[in-house]
Design a protein around this ligand. Structure first.
Ligand code: UT7
Length: 326
């Protein structure tokens, strides 16, 4: 499998650390030093499905495929206002696609889980041209009176088009139960019979525990993939890691003894956009001409669950259409 199209979309509303410090007991210096985040984009006048559509259209356009050529749509999404239908179902008609679709909740590792499944579909011949859209609005899970989680997240969408080819070498995805470390609980409708009390609990996170789990598991995934493929850290040209916290990325980089240039980041501008984060990074680097033919990339992500995903691939350049003049 290889990537032949990329796209991303961000909300227009920018919210800086100083803006948050205006109503939360926090500061730009705390957020910057603990996370690296300076500002983020949050949904205000747009909806998540509009953002997802924009990212998907942009990936389709760069792939050179027509929407009707897509034979599977996978949407990576933790939650949005619709429990049903799926985000994939909502997007099919506006995208112009006519194919099966489903949503996948792989938390922040959802894009890599989606790629892993797409790879299996392509290998078995179940599908040949797959559109993956990762669209997330984690800002809507937080209690906006609590500084612990609110400052960390941003909303965004990213998309990839994948098809047969010599790109992806290997995947490793994992899952473990750590319900208390990171959760957001929504109550459903009551029935005359349910006897278990339920209430909505905005995002709860044991920050330090998630931090340690993230560093430990990412290192394990990356080391295992390198070893399994007879590679060393030096053989990877770029590590595109989940954009949650600069200190997490630095800890992984220090373990691998690799230079900072190999670890591009954009969390400073967007915060943690959950499963959309790696796709935005790929789209931005690819459009800026920084991903060259033949480069070896390592993608690695972790998220609530606890789940992780990592993959190694050889990049083939995507050719973007010239922007049309207004
Ligand atoms: O995609 C997966 C999502 N989650 C993550 O990746 C999160 C992983 N964890 C982290 O990134 C870090 O643990 C945090 C950035 C969340 C927190 O950093 P930390 O260095 O682990 O801080 P802490 O939780 O140990 O808190 C240190 C202090 C506490 O005050 P005291 O007890 O020392 O007086 C907190 O109450 O910082 C306080 N604090 C804040 N202060 C200002 C917590 N949040 C804030 C805040 N502004 N926003």
């Amino acid at each position: 499998m290889k990537i032949i199209g990329t796209g991303s979309a961000l909300p227009s509303k920018e919210v800086t650390n100083d803006m948050l410090a205006g109503f939360l007991e926090t500061s730009d210096s705390w957020i910057t030093s603990r996370t690296g985040i300076k500002t983020r984009r949050l949904l205000s006048t747009e909806t998540l499905s509009e953002l997802a559509l924009k990212a998907g259209m942009s990936a389709l356009e760069s792939s050179g495929l027509k929407p009707e050529e897509i034979d599977y749509l996978i949407c990576s999404n933790v939650a949005n206002s619709y429990v049903s239908p799926s985000l994939g179902s909502i997007l099919l008609a506006p995208l112009g696609c006519c194919c099966p679709c489903f949503d996948l909740n792989g938390a922040c590792a959802g894009l890599i889980y989606s790629l892993d499944i797409a790879d299996a579909f392509i290998k078995t011949g179940k599908a040949k041209k797959i559109l993956i859209i990762a669209a997330e609005e984690p800002s809507r899970f937080c209690n906006w009176h609590e500084r612990e989680t609110t400052v960390l997240f941003g909303d965004a969408a990213s998309a990839l088009v994948v098809t047969e080819g010599e790109g992806f070498k290997d995947f490793r995805v994992t899952g473990e139960t750590h319900t208390d470390a990171l959760y957001y609980k929504r109550s459903l409708e009551t029935t005359p019979y349910d006897r278990v009390e339920e209430k909505t609990t905005p995002l709860v996170m044991q920050g330090r525990e998630v931090f340690k789990l993230a560093v430990r598991s990412c290192i394990k995934d990356v080391d295992m993939l390198l070893e399994r493929n007879g590679m060393k850290g030096d053989d990877i040209d770029m590590y595109l890691l989940h954009q949650a916290n600069l200190r997490i990325i630095d800890s992984i980089r220090e373990h691998l003894e690799q230079p900072q240039e190999k670890f591009p980041t954009n969390l400073q501008r967007y915060g943690n956009t959950s499963s959309a984060s790696i796709g935005i990074l790929i789209d931005e680097l690819s459009r800026a001409g920084q991903l060259k033919d033949g480069m070896t990339l390592m993608l690695s992500a972790f998220g609530g669950g606890f789940v992780t995903g990592a993959t190694i691939l050889t990049w083939s350049e995507v050719h973007y259409p010239e922007p049309t003049k207004e």
